[in-house]
Design a protein around this ligand. Structure first.
Ligand code: SF4
Length: 346
């Protein structure tokens, strides 16, 4: 398939399936996801809560905990090929003790999670956590790592970094903890940053600062970013490419301008309609998407979006799984509205 632009692929996810075994049955949280993150570019993965965005991100580094398990697909890392140090490899096929997996986690791939307070260790100072990551991934001695930790805290905009390096997470605000997480994720100068709703818990001012920070660090290190969010305002600001997820599947992929100017999938269209536009929507009710994301244990037959879709075709969308249609330029949408084979099948 032609990619939306010519940058080189750094990470290719293909046919990824991740499921959770529950008392009520198997939940297919990620159900055959294909995504590509290009070197130096930002891919935003969007969708409502429960669409499988975070599980997809965690699956990349095999950080899915039981009762979850990755059931199929490949996650191909091209970073070693691009920087000339080795070959491409499938992350999912590595043994747990493979040195390449350890190198990816916190080294070549940095991760920022949604809840910094839950990700930072409460009984260790933020400096100790930064220093440990620096020593593992850069081989610095303790003194050099402490010096670098203070510099990093300064770079992510933490005031008084020489003092704050010895603070515990509970002594810092949510915004500062998030900045510490970013410093930890970036300390080994990763080729890819995976940021899972990194600004959701923050006020808008801090959110804007964190986005600026990621952008400037991206420009400096030519880092790729996979940014998980449900906030289309953030997408408009930072994305090069967008993947829209619904109930464990990617339903649309396109460049950011294409998504906003000409959304193909009805779910994308309905998501965009529910975003307020300054000046236009004052005093009027915003359209919402009816209903909620269905329980993945009880997936609707046919197109999983059909019970909520304003454009559903009775007798078709409730029966057949829609095909993924590829448009000129490489963008895709999973919807029967664009299926050229309809006539052949009738
Ligand atoms: Fe709507 Fe049918 Fe397209 Fe699904 S396949 S998004 S129900 S039109």
């Amino acid at each position: 398939m032609t990619e939306p632009h010519s940058a080189q692929p750094l990470l290719e996810i293909s046919g990824l399936k991740t499921a959770f075994d529950t008392h009520d049955g198997k939940v297919r949280a990620v159900d055959g996801v294909d995504l590509t993150v290009h070197a130096g570019k930002t891919l935003c993965v969007v969708g409502e809560s429960g669409c499988g965005k975070s599980v997809t991100a965690r699956s990349v580094l095999r950080l899915v905990e039981a009762p979850g398990r990755i059931e199929g697909g490949t996650v191909t890392w091209h970073g070693d090929l691009l920087d000339g140090t080795g070959e491409s490899f499938d992350v999912l096929s590595l043994n747990n003790d493979d040195e390449r997996l350890q190198r990816l986690r916190g080294g070549d791939v940095g991760m920022i999670f949604q809840e910094p307070a839950a990700s930072l260790l409460p009984l260790r100072t933020v400096g100790a956590q930064l220093i440990e990551t620096l020593r593992i991934h850069t081989g610095m001695d303790k003194k050099a790592a402490r010096k670098r930790a203070i510099e990093l805290l300064d770079e992510v905009g933490i005031p008084g970094p020489a003092e704050r390096v010895d603070a515990y997470p509970f002594q810092l605000s949510g915004g500062m903890c998030q900045r510490v997480m970013i410093a930890i994720a970036l300390c080994a100068k990763p080729s890819l940053l995976i940021a899972d709703e990194p600004t959701t818990a923050l006020d808008v001012t801090t959110q804007a600062r964190i986005l600026d920070l990621i952008r400037s660090l991206q420009a400096e290190h030519r880092m790729a970013v996979m940014f998980i969010t449900h906030d289309l305002g953030v997408v408009a600001e930072i994305a090069d490419e967008v993947a829209v997820m619904y109930l464990g599947e990617v339903v649309e992929r396109a460049g950011v301008e294409e998504i906003f100017a000409d959304p193909k999938h009805p779910y994308t269209r309905q998501l965009l309609r529910s975003v307020p536009v300054l000046g236009r929507d004052r005093g009027r009710d915003l359209p919402t998407i009816p209903g909620t994301v269905p329980n993945p244990l009880h997936r609707p037959k046919g197109c999983s979006f059909h019970p909520r879709c304003a454009e559903a075709i009775a007798g078709r969308c409730d029966l057949d799984e829609p095909p993924e249609v590829v448009f000129d330029g490489g963008r895709t949408a999973r919807c029967v509205l664009y299926d050229q084979t309809e006539g052949d099948r009738a």
